[in-house]
Design a protein around this ligand. Structure first.
Ligand code: DAH
Length: 342
């Protein structure tokens, strides 16, 4: 074989070895494959290294130089390709690890979609905050009540005419008309008196029920908040002062309150309280009075030793006034377009 044909054969062999090496590099899937391949390509008997040792077989110095340069270029391009591929795989592996270890913070970005409390809940929570600030504690009672707690213990014996004003819903349970859905939060007063020791400074928010047809200002299910103070030497002046302090704290300093004589079986004397807006308009808010001695006795408290006052008013009405809601039924249709406004 002439040198020329040896050179041609070697040139083809170098090209083939280089292309095979580049293809193998491109096919690597991870860094450890690149590492193994690098070791293989550096072995003495790798195709390119074998060709390098074949250089000695060439007799012409010129051929040796030409083939030597060709082999060097091939080796350089293979080494460059190894480096590029390992850098590439390294950054792929880093981004894969970052993605794998990334913390899922989507809760924060989607928080707004979770909604918020209903305006009646908002009003209840604000009321609780204000009364807690005035030194009151919060109590709760059951929504299903007995005739005793809802009426009897509140100085409304069986024949009392005030009972009919409450449009009571009774349950078919026990003796007829003995178990009912509470018509007001006042029965919680009795439960608190029976379980707590005076001095008592309590508020009792909750859901109440009356047989009413829904209209713009009435719902058969609504919310009230009850207040009860029992201590030594409590007078009507404490009641008036508390109502005034509450009015200013809840509505703002530009508001003021007044009491008008009224009647409730569970208080004596009784009053209705109104608040006056900055524009001079009076708004009726609820009822109040000095706890009737019979009610203290029902609660197990000695009227000779203790006296107290109580008050109660509707929460839904307050939310309605505050947000200028035209029709109270809107608050309970669960229409998101309405609810999302507040
Ligand atoms: N329970 C009464 C009602 O539902 C409201 C009320 C009036 C509560 C006077 C009281 C009070 O505690 O002293 O209409």
């Amino acid at each position: 074989m002439s040198d020329q044909s040896v050179v041609t054969a070697m040139t083809q062999a170098v090209e083939l070895a280089q292309n095979n090496a580049l293809a193998a590099i491109a096919a690597t899937k991870d860094l450890s494959a690149v590492k193994t391949l690098t070791a293989d390509l550096n072995k003495k008997d790798s195709p390119l290294n074998t060709l390098k040792s074949d250089l000695g077989k060439l007799t012409s110095v010129d051929d040796k130089r030409t083939m030597g340069q060709l082999l060097n270029t091939a080796s350089q391009s293979v080494n460059a390709a190894l480096l590029t591929r390992s850098t590439e795989l390294e950054s792929l592996e880093i981004s894969a690890r970052v993605a794998r270890e990334a913390m899922d913070l989507s809760e924060f970005t989607t928080r707004r979609k979770r909604g918020h409390t209903h305006i009646v809940t908002q009003a209840t929570q604000r009321l609780e905050d204000v009364f807690i600030g005035l030194g009151f504690q919060i109590a709760e009672g059951p929504e299903v009540e007995t005739d005793f707690y809802n009426f009897e213990a509140l100085n409304m014996p069986k024949s009392h005419p005030a009972r009919s004003e409450f449009d009571t819903m009774f349950l078919e349970y026990g003796d007829p008309n003995s178990v009912l859905l509470r018509t007001h939060t006042s029965p919680v007063q009795i439960r608190v008196m029976q379980t707590w020791q005076p001095p008592i400074y309590a508020i009792m928010p909750g859901r109440v029920f009356r047989r009413d047809t829904p209209d713009a200002t009435h719902m058969p299910v609504f919310h009230q908040i009850e207040g009860l103070v029992i201590d030594r030497g409590i007078t009507f002046a404490h009641l008036a002062g508390t109502i005034e302090a509450f009015t200013k704290a809840f509505f703002g300093n530009e508001f003021t309150s007044r009491l008008r004589p009224s009647f409730f079986p569970f208080t004596e004397p009784s009053a209705e309280f109104d608040i006056r807006r900055a524009d001079g308009e009076w708004i009726e808010l609820g009822g109040c009075g000095m706890v009737h001695p019979n009610v203290l006795i029902s609660g197990g408290i000695d009227p000779e030793e203790f006296s107290g006052f109580a008050f109660g008013f509707g929460i839904d009405r307050m939310a309605k006034e505050r947000h200028n809601v035209e029709d109270i039924r809107e608050m309970y249709t669960n229409d998101l377009r309405f609810l999302r406004q507040f």
